[in-house]
Design a protein around this ligand. Structure first.
Ligand SMILES: *Cc1c(COP(=O)(O)O)cnc(C)c1O
Length: 354
């Protein structure tokens, strides 16, 4: 790593911003005019550079293609009414990409490269941060092996990239989920706690099987017994039984979500009883049968909170009747009010990009 950090900016000659319909943004499909790139060569991260958004050319023997050595992050930038730009707990994303990287034998990325690089990129592409209700700039930092060779060993070279995508509000609607009894997302001692690319590839097939059966998402259970609830697709899961909000403890199989831990803090601060503990499928089914199951939802950066309408297990579907005074919309409002600088930030989570 170089002594002093200077982030070079190479601006595009042809902005495509005028061709984008900001009132009709899909999620994560369009990318901004620029990206941040930084190469790891000769045992050191080189100077990060903001360059025009462009294809990346790689040797077919690059290890990313063969051994999947890659990790990523997902975060958002928000613009408030005064056009100020905010991030939400960005150092947590920085720390997590290095936790993920370490597990995949990828060298740690320096904090000032991440933070200063991201800030520079956001300043250059500031006009791309949408302002319509619920929209934001989705930010995708990722790092992957560029070193060459068919030998199954860690790469000597890597590329770190941050790409950004203006994204509309995530109107997912309520989803029906299937409790998975055969496949596993992650295993003891595995890479489930890392945002490693291959984790998601491994989810696609079982998720497709669930979709074919009429569900939209899979609820992952523990790999050993399939008796305990772990995550909802690529989101953490919350279950409300009576007035208690329950979420599984993080482990090497469960990703330590920033939305999850923010929701725990906000719920507790709002006087909601939160229990971080293992919850069995048996308890869930019983609570659905006796009417004490009030809500279920997924939590993650992209959708913030994704309500669940009901679940399937062992060939039976269980509906969660719609109640008044649901926690999901209340918690979603509280967290997004902090993110968009519409409420005071007693937790110190907001970070202004100046
Ligand atoms: C990213 C992710 C989450 C949510 O994490 P956030 O930091 O809240 O976005 C949860 N589970 C999995 C498997 C994930 O990849």
């Amino acid at each position: 790593m170089a002594e002093t950090l200077t982030i070079k900016v190479e601006k595009t000659q042809q902005s495509k911003i005028n061709s984008i319909d900001f009132n009709n943004l899909p999620f994560g499909q369009i990318c901004t005019d620029h990206m941040l790139v930084c190469d790891y060569i000769d045992g050191a991260w080189q100077q990060p550079t903001v360059v025009p958004y462009q294809n990346i050319s790689l040797d077919p023997a690059a290890k990313i293609f063969h051994y999947g050595q890659s990790v990523f992050e997902g975060m958002k930038a928000y613009k408030d009414q005064d056009e100020k730009v905010w991030l939400f707990r960005p150092l947590d994303n920085y720390n997590r990409i290095n936790i993920s990287a370490k597990r995949l034998a990828i060298p740690e990325f320096p904090e000032n490269y991440f933070m200063e690089g991201l800030k520079t990129l956001l300043q250059v592409d500031k006009d791309w941060i949408p302002t319509t209700e619920g929209s934001s700039l989705y930010i995708r930092p990722f790092v992957f092996a560029t070193g060459v060779g068919f030998h199954a060993s860690p790469s000597s070279n890597y590329k770190f990239v941050i790409a950004c995508s203006p994204s509309g509000a995530y109107f997912g609607g309520k989803v029906k989920v299937l409790i998975e009894q055969t496949y596993s997302r992650s295993a003891n001692g595995g890479v489930g706690y890392a945002k490693a690319g291959g984790n998601y590839a491994g989810q696609f097939y079982p998720t497709q099987l669930a979709i074919d059966k009429g569900y939209q998402q899979v609820i992952w259970t523990d790999d050993t017994t399939h008796e305990f609830i772990e995550e909802a697709g690529a989101m953490n899961i919350f279950i409300r039984i009576n007035d208690t909000l329950i979420t599984a403890p993080t482990s090497d199989r469960i990703l330590d979500g920033i939305t999850r831990k923010s929701i725990i803090a906000i719920a507790e601060d709002s006087g909601i009883n939160v229990e971080v503990r293992k919850i069995s499928v048996k308890e869930l089914v019983e609570s659905a049968k006796n009417g004490s199951l009030k809500e279920m939802f997924g939590a993650g950066t992209a959708a913030v909170i994704s309500p669940i309408a009901g679940f399937g297990f062992d060939g039976t579907d269980y509906d969660i009747p719609e109640i008044e005074d649901r926690y999901a919309p209340l918690l979603k409002k509280k967290i997004t009010d902090i993110q968009y600088n519409r409420a005071s930030d007693k937790f110190g989570w907001r970070f202004e990009v100046k």
